[in-house]
Design a protein around this ligand. Structure first.
Ligand code: PLP
Length: 439
């Protein structure tokens, strides 16, 4: 067995993976043309350039209306506002997601209520959502996480039974579909992010999608400073801010959407190969296939670290550090259980809605979502999507490196190496790994 790179051996890989984000000469031309047009902003809404892009995006996701916004967090806040979610209303969100899914609800004066995730998809568990419903619940925000979809059949049924709005957080699901229905077309409103790490990007940016004209009109009003929507059939007058996207961002997204289907397909093929290769590796478990997913997307390839109970094994974070030292860009604590995250400090002192009309204020320190906590702190390993858009040899390197670390678990646990020499790790990750060693 070759020595692990973290213990002084040769790494499996020294070459970088594909660069991200990707661009080509036509993107630069389009940006130059937009600059020369002297139309850089997002007003009037939607601009001529945005209209064309929105039509393509709506077609891609199989939805009637698409409206660009400043970013993915804004997409969720405007979706909640347009759906009429008000002060003190409860919004059920998964505990295992980016904090923005929950803080968007706080920003709208709502109370995020955390439900746990399914251990095989890492997306909302329908029964956990059912248990979280109270008379104050007004909406559910499932996240289609990393490479899986939330179980939309069950969630649609539950939402219909209780009269709840369903807002899909599709920040990881551009170009994906579930039972042949595009992400963002299944619930009432879909929310996308075009932040730099996402499958389509304009550096920052977002999109809201819907099949309902009433929601589309409300969204336009909220995004465009309260102005009436173009069609104004429902006459909605809502407080709006300026959440518009600029034409410079749209210019970048046009090339992104052209290349998305090809990249989506490539990632799906590379991911399938990786799962196949990982089937023979001990102590790791690819997330099981999800038959309802008809067009899979891979924002990240996520697998589970499952060391054999009763045998010496390093903590997941040390496994990830060793994998990174083999030349594989990866992360362990990519997401936290949001209620335990350093970025989620919601208390009744800074969010008055947490106490509104309650005998006891919402206290997030009492939340417990064990599957989310296990995924966040012990189990999930995240490989970045740009590892899946190169050649097949990249995938074989991923599998070789995972296999090498997995087969050396006992040595790694025994040596429990100093992380001072792990140059590949950022300071934040090293600090996390050091913390994990003290668990
Ligand atoms: C699941 C999820 N929801 C929401 C967001 C927020 O998107 P943005 O960063 O564009 O505000 C992100 C992106 O980081 C995300 O990954």
């Amino acid at each position: 067995m070759s020595t692990l790179a973290i213990l002084g051996g040769e790494p499996v890989r020294r070459k970088p993976f594909s660069p991200w984000p990707q661009y080509q000469a036509s993107d630069i031309d389009r940006i130059v043309k937009t600059v020369e047009s002297r139309h850089w902003g997002g007003y009037p809404l939607p601009t001529a350039l945005a209209q064309e892009f929105c039509a393509s995006f709506a077609e891609l996701q199989g939805v009637k209306y698409a409206l660009p916004v400043a970013n993915g967090t804004v997409a969720i806040t405007v979706a909640l506002q347009a759906a009429g979610i008000g002060f003190g209303d409860e919004v059920i969100v998964p505990a295992f997601t980016w904090d923005g899914t929950a803080t968007a609800a706080l920003a709208m004066g709502a109370v995020p209520v955390f439900a746990d995730i399914d251990p095989d998809t890492y997306c909302l568990d329908v029964e956990s959502v059912r248990r979280a419903i109270t008379p104050r619940t007004k909406a559910i925000v499932p996240v289609h996480l990393a490479m899986r979809f939330a179980e939309m059949d069950g969630l649609l049924k539950l939402a219909a039974e209780h009269g709840l709005t369903l807002i899909e957080d599709c920040a990881h699901a551009h170009g994906g579909s579930y039972r042949h229905r595009g992400a963002g077309s299944i619930g009432d409103i879909g929310c996308f992010s075009f932040q730099e790490s996402k499958l389509m990007t304009s550096g920052e940016g977002g999109m809201v999608t819907t099949n309902k004209l009433e929601h589309y009109e409300a969204l336009q009003t909220v995004v465009n400073c309260g102005r009436a929507s173009i069609t104004d059939q429902f006459g909605q007058r809502l407080i709006g801010l300026n959440y518009r996207m600029t034409d410079l961002q749209i210019a970048l997204l046009i090339g992104q959407i052209e290349r998305l289907p090809g990249l989506r397909q490539k990632r799906a093929e590379r991911a399938a190969l990786l799962s196949e290769l990982m089937a023979g590796i001990p102590h790791v478990r690819p997330l099981p296939a999800q038959p309802a997913v008809t067009l899979p997307t891979h924002y990240c390839y996520v697998f589970q670290y499952r060391p054999e109970p009763g045998r010496p094994a390093p903590h997941r974070d040390l496994f990830v550090a060793a994998l990174e030292k083999e030349g594989i860009p990866c992360d362990g604590r990519f997401y936290e259980a949001v209620y335990r995250s350093d970025l989620f400090y919601a208390t009744p002192a800074n969010c008055a809605q947490l106490a509104l009309g309650r005998d006891e204020a919402m206290d997030y320190s009492r939340c417990s979502c064990p599957v989310s906590e296990r995924a966040a702190y012990d189990e999930s390993v995240w490989l970045f999507q740009f590892c899946l858009i190169g050649d097949e040899e990249d995938v074989r390197d991923l599998a070789r490196a995972i296999g090498k670390v997995a087969e050396n678990l006992e040595v790694l646990a025994r040596q429990n190496p100093s992380l001072a020499g792990v140059k590949a790790m950022g300071r934040a990750q090293r600090a996390r790994v050091e913390r994990a060693k003290n668990y």
